[in-house]
Design a protein around this ligand. Structure first.
Ligand SMILES: [Zn+2]
Length: 262
C-alpha cells in the first residue's frame, strides 16, 4: 500500500497502479488531507451529521458525488448484491438507504464506487482486468470462515466471465496474526476445517491467534488466483492506533475501502 496521490490521509493499493481505469482507496483516522484523528465513515461511533460530513469530505477529495457511492450494511455472512445504477448513492446519505445485509458488493458498471467498512475485519477489493468488473468484500472472522472473498471471486466469474488467473486481489488493513486472540471454541472451529492450515492458527501458551489475512490469501490462491496478483497489507489495525480504527481497542468508528471502475 502507498499514500493516495497527494492525499496524505488516504492509502491505495500499489498493485492497482498499473490499472488507471480503476479507482481504489483505503481511508484512515485522518481526513483525506491528513488532518484530524476521527474520520469515521461508519454509521456508529458518532452522530449522523458527523459521519455524513466525513462521507461528503471523502467524496469531495476523490472528485466524486454522493450518487457515485454504494454502501452496504454488513452482517458477517456471505450474502451478495450485484450493483447497478439502481443502487447509485445507496447508503451515502443515511444508513436506511444502504444495500441491506450483504458483505459482498460486485459490479461491472462504471462510476459506482463499492464500499466496505471495517475496524479489524478485513476489507478485500477485487478487480478483473479481463472483463472490467470489481467487488468490495467485508471479511471478518465469520466471513473468512465462510470464505466470503473466494465466494466473491466465484461470483465475478459466474456473472461476468472473469478469469481467476487474471484477477487482482487487495487484502486490506485488518487485525494482525500477533493480535487477533480468540477463545478455544473459536480456534477449534477453524482447526476442524481442513481449509485452514496450521500456519493460519497459532497457539502461544494457552492463547490462540488467527491470521485472517493469510486465510483469505490461501482461499484465493486455492481458487486459482496468482500469488503475484494479490497484495496483502501488512498494517495491523490494532497496532496502528494512529491510522486505523480497531474494534479490539474498543472503537465503534469505521474506516473504509472502496473500488470503482472509471
Ligand atoms: Zn497488531
Amino acid at each position: 500500500m502507498e499514500v493516495f496521490n497527494n492525499l496524505n490521509g488516504l492509502f491505495k493499493f500499489s498493485i492497482l497502479n498499473g490499472f488507471p481505469e480503476v479507482l481504489n482507496f483505503v481511508t484512515t483516522k485522518q481526513n483525506p488531507y491528513g488532518f484530524g484523528d476521527n474520520f469515521n465513515i461508519g454509521y456508529s461511533g458518532g452522530s449522523d451529521n458527523e459521519t455524513l460530513e466525513n462521507r461528503m469530505s471523502l467524496a469531495s477529495a476523490l472528485g466524486l458525488q454522493p450518487e457515485n457511492f454504494v454502501i452496504q450494511t454488513q452482517i458477517h455472512k456471505d450474502n451478495y448484491k450485484i450493483v447497478t445504477e439502481e443502487n447509485a448513492g445507496n447508503g451515502f446519505l443515511t444508513k436506511e438507504t444502504a444495500v441491506k445485509d450483504t458483505d459482498i458488493l460486485l459490479t461491472n458498471r462504471k462510476n459506482l464506487c463499492l464500499i466496505t467498512r471495517s475496524a479489524d475485519c478485513t476489507p478485500v477489493l477485487l478487480y478483473c482486468p479481463d472483463v472490467k468488473a470489481v467487488a468490495a468484500i467485508h471479511s471478518g472472522r465469520e466471513g473468512t470462515f465462510l470464505g466470503v472473498a473466494a465466494k466473491a471471486a466465484k461470483l465475478l466469474k459466474e456473472n461476468f466471465g472473469a478469469d481467476f488467473s487474471k484477477m487482482i486481489a487487495c487484502i486490506g488493513p485488518a487485525i494482525g496474526k500477533e493480535c487477533y486472540e480468540v477463545g478455544y471454541d473459536c480456534a477449534e472451529k477453524f482447526f476442524k476445517n481442513p481449509r485452514f492450515s496450521d500456519n493460519t492458527i497459532s497457539k502461544k501458551g494457552e492463547k490462540y491467534f488467527l491470521d485472517l489475512k493469510t486465510m483469505i490469501f490461501n482461499d484465493l490462491t486455492d481458487l486459482g488466483l496468482r500469488h503475484e496478483n494479490i497484495e496483502k497489507s501488512e498494517f495491523c489495525t490494532k497496532c496502528e492506533d494512529k491510522k486505523f480504527f480497531s474494534a479490539r481497542r474498543g472503537e465503534n468508528q469505521r474506516f473504509c475501502a472502496g473500488i470503482m471502475l472509471k
